[in-house]
Write a protein that binds this ligand. Structure first.
Ligand SMILES: [Zn+2]
Ligand SMILES: [Zn+2]
Ligand SMILES: [Zn+2]
Length: 763
């Protein structure tokens, strides 16, 4: 008997971002390099590897699996087991196996450098092919019909591979080996340009060039992209941009701008090294950067703001179009005002024909609707303002696993939902405001899609405390065995704590516009001692009546009037707030306050910013919620300023901050001619100091050394950085939102974290 070489075998199961990112070809190359035999396959959301060969080679393979992982992949866990050698002669990528388990679906990835180079290489056979992709780039979530991720289960199944693509797909050394979205001009999807009345004008490359020519003369074009339609126009043409605003019924809310290269982005705004990293990453969010003085952008792109939202082209189609246009393009979501974006050709023709002059269409079906993500760099780190394409549907981990599957339906505005099994929290992409039939349909369709993709059938629903929200009705109508209601600001704090894996009590600062408090009033400037199981409200703003209720979020003068009703003596200082308001409006609002009719009491940071803007004479009416606050932040810039007086009272075990002396001082100084920018800076400093000092006091008394910041007001960089630094200077560890944004997009995750923790305790 001759001695056979010592053969050992291993079975590895890899969890993380490992499907749709070229992971199997990577494993293949690694195994071949170490002369190992065996196979690799996708099993549900994981990758299973069987390798056999020499012990040393196996060791090296296991090590390099972690150290040489492709840039867009991420390994969370490698489970390792000994296996019996199967006598394999070579290494293969074999067909996927279906099974239960956590099923990560990869986000859509921006075009990679290699594909971009090929796109513009006349010698390459995919020269100017608008659907070029490889294992490292291209659509994923938006083309996946079901798992495991294989071409036959994507919308690319409609495009059978031509012989040449098939060879690349099957050649292990090729960078398109097992690229499920591979295509070429011979076999891939096609693109065409259509008139608003449905008549096709041109197709292929001619369609892209024609579209570019039309954009250059001021036309608005609906463009089918990765996660839905954009509405595009020349971002340097003020008339075109204003026409788009009119047709889209969007007065002033800033538009995102798309450019082709980092240098193009630098011509529009100041881009730091960190911002450049974010702009060019595979997620390609819209990034808010400081607008460059004298840039070519039309003023109507982001009126009244010192920042502009810029993103780099992420689909090959965008690259071709932008190259042909030679100017930055407004690329705003293809919808009317707050409705969800259109994804289908027929749907777009119906919904966008009053907005777009032309349609640039393609025939690759979009199976999941998803918006562009929005981010900004604050205090040296990225802050997500809208988590969607590029990020969703990656799962987050909960610190306490749920004994039962959960659907947390999220809030009313900026809605997302979270689907939970065990400790995996699948946070949906941004859905939007749940107040139209269309957005509600979008919500239901996405829930269904998530339940299907991740194979989760929830038995517990989680909703906001507010009985009137559509999301609340949705939760009740699910008819699940149990429904848990969670207070809005508790959810904000829980989201941040849970993201950092913290389950012990923290001092949470939840600052935003509105959320129903457990006393029936409007909350939004809350400091709480909270953990995942409960909270105690420790500080708030003095309650102010908001005449007109929700209307006050759009009409800052109403908030000023509310404060004035509490201290009529400061009328002179508040005069600028009512300069342009008609007498009958004022009388009606005063009556609402007197009779407590449609004048809810509020402790709201968002409304305080509105009131400050009003008494400074800056804005009496806003065209979108948060406009006054964003303008105040822009106006304040980074200029240093001394705080004004912002007194704090103690009632019972709660601190109450009274902003009336602060508002009066602002109004009075402004009327004396003090610069509005300096006063905006003083206002920010006053809020930073007062709220941080109260939080420090609360932390001291409770013996807690961790703080958490959450809520939409922390999208304000000056507030965020100011409060954080002041708390850290006093030795507190400060948790800030990273994987999710500070705003209401994080609420469903917070709801899920609280519910999971409660269920685990009750179990
Ligand atoms: Zn690529
Ligand atoms: Zn082909
Ligand atoms: Zn909120």
């Amino acid at each position: 008997m001759t001695a056979a070489p010592a053969i050992a075998a291993r079975l590895l199961r890899v969890t993380g971002v490992v499907q749709g990112v070229g992971f199997r070809p990577f494993v293949y190359r690694l195994a071949v390099r170490h002369a190992l035999a065996g196979w690799v396959r996708n099993v549900a959301g994981t990758v299973e590897i069987h390798v056999e060969g020499g012990a040393e080679e196996l060791e090296a393979f296991q090590q390099e699996l972690r150290t040489e992982v492709p840039p867009v992949a991420r390994i969370d866990v490698v489970e390792l087991a000994a296996a019996v050698p199967a006598g394999a002669h070579d290494f293969r990528i074999i067909a996927s196996a279906d099974a239960d388990g956590i099923r990560p679906v990869t986000p859509d990835l921006a075009i990679c450098k290699e594909c971009e180079a090929e796109l513009f290489d006349p010698e390459n056979r995919r020269f100017r092919h608008p659907f070029i992709t490889c294992t490292n780039c291209g659509p994923r979530y938006t083309v996946i019909r079901s798992l495991p991720y294989d071409r036959e289960r994507t919308s690319m199944a409609a495009f059978p591979l031509c012989a040449r693509c098939e060879v690349e797909y099957n050649t292990s050394a090729d960078r398109r080996h097992h690229a499920e979205t591979v295509a070429c001009p011979d076999c891939g999807p096609r693109v065409w340009l259509e008139r608003e009345d449905g008549i096709a004008l041109s197709e292929g490359d001619a369609a892209i060039r024609d579209a570019a020519a039309e954009l250059r003369i001021g036309r608005i074009i609906a463009i089918r992209g990765i996660g839905g339609f954009h509405l595009a126009c020349d971002a340097t043409d003020d008339i075109a941009v204003r026409r788009l605003r009119e047709r889209k019924r969007r007065d002033a809310k800033p538009f995102a701008v798309m450019v082709r290269t980092l240098d193009d982005a630098r011509a529009l705004g100041a881009v730091s090294a960190q911002e450049a990293h974010l702009l060019t990453g595979p997620e390609r969010p819209v990034l808010l950067v400081e607008r460059a003085a004298g840039s070519c952008l039309a003023p109507a792109v982001s009126p009244g703001l010192d920042r502009v939202g810029v993103m780099l082209a992420y689909a090959p189609l965008h690259h071709l179009l932008l190259e042909a246009v030679g100017r930055p393009l407004v690329m705003t979501s293809g919808n009317l005002s707050e409705e969800p974006i259109a994804i289908g050709n027929t749907e777009a023709r119906m919904r966008l024909h009053n907005i777009a002059d032309l349609f640039l269409l393609h025939d690759r079906e979009i199976l999941s609707r998803i918006d562009d993500s929005v981010a900004r760099v604050v205090d040296g780190a990225p802050l997500l303002l809208r988590r969607a394409r590029g990020y969703a549907p990656l799962a987050l981990r909960l610190p306490v696993a749920s004994p039962q599957p959960i659907l947390a339906v999220g809030p009313h505005l900026k809605n997302t939902f979270t689907l939970v099994r065990g400790d995996a929290a699948h946070v949906s992409p941004h859905i939007g405001d749940l107040d139209t039939i269309e957005s509600l349909e979008h919500f239901h369709a996405t829930v269904e899609r998530y339940e299907d993709l991740f194979r989760i059938a929830p038995t517990v629903a989680v909703r906001d405390l507010h009985p009137g929200y559509l999301s609340t009705r949705v939760a009740e109508e699910l008819g699940l065995s149990r429904t848990i209601a969670v207070q809005h600001h508790h959810a904000h704090i829980a989201a941040v704590a849970a993201e950092h894996g913290i389950t012990t009590p923290v001092v949470g600062l939840a600052f935003d516009g509105t959320g129903l408090g457990d006393d029936g009033h409007v909350w939004g400037a809350e400091t709480m001692v909270a953990d995942l199981n409960g909270y105690r409200r420790a500080a708030q703003l003095r309650y102010v009546p908001l005449p007109g209720g929700d209307l006050a979020a759009r009409e800052p003068w109403r908030v000023a009037l509310g404060y004035l009703s509490l201290e009529p003596g400061v009328a002179d200082a508040f005069a600028l707030a009512f300069r342009d308001i008609g007498a009958d409006c004022l009388i009606t609002a005063e009556r609402q306050i007197e009779r407590r009719l449609n004048a809810p009491l509020a402790s709201s940071m968002g409304r305080l910013f509105d009131a400050a803007s009003a008494v400074l004479g800056l804005r009496q009416r806003a065209s979108y919620e948060g406009q006054a606050a964003m303008e105040l932040e822009s106006l304040a810039g980074a200029q240093p300023a001394e705080p004004l007086t912002f007194p704090v009272r103690e009632t019972g075990d709660t601190f109450v901050l009274d902003p009336i002396p602060l508002l009066a001082a602002l109004g009075e100084q402004r009327q004396r001619g003090v610069d509005a920018g300096l006063l905006a800076a003083r206002f920010h400093e006053s809020v930073v100091r007062a709220t941080a000092d109260v939080a420090i006091n609360v932390a001291d008394r409770a013996g807690i050394d961790i703080a958490a910041l959450g809520g939409g007001s922390f999208q304000n960089a000056r507030l965020f950085a100011g409060i954080r630094r002041r708390l850290e200077a006093r030795g507190l560890r400060v948790l800030v939102p990273r994987q999710l944004g500070p705003n209401d997009g994080a609420i469903s995750f917070g709801q899920a974290a609280i519910a999971a923790s409660l269920l685990a305790r009750w179990d």
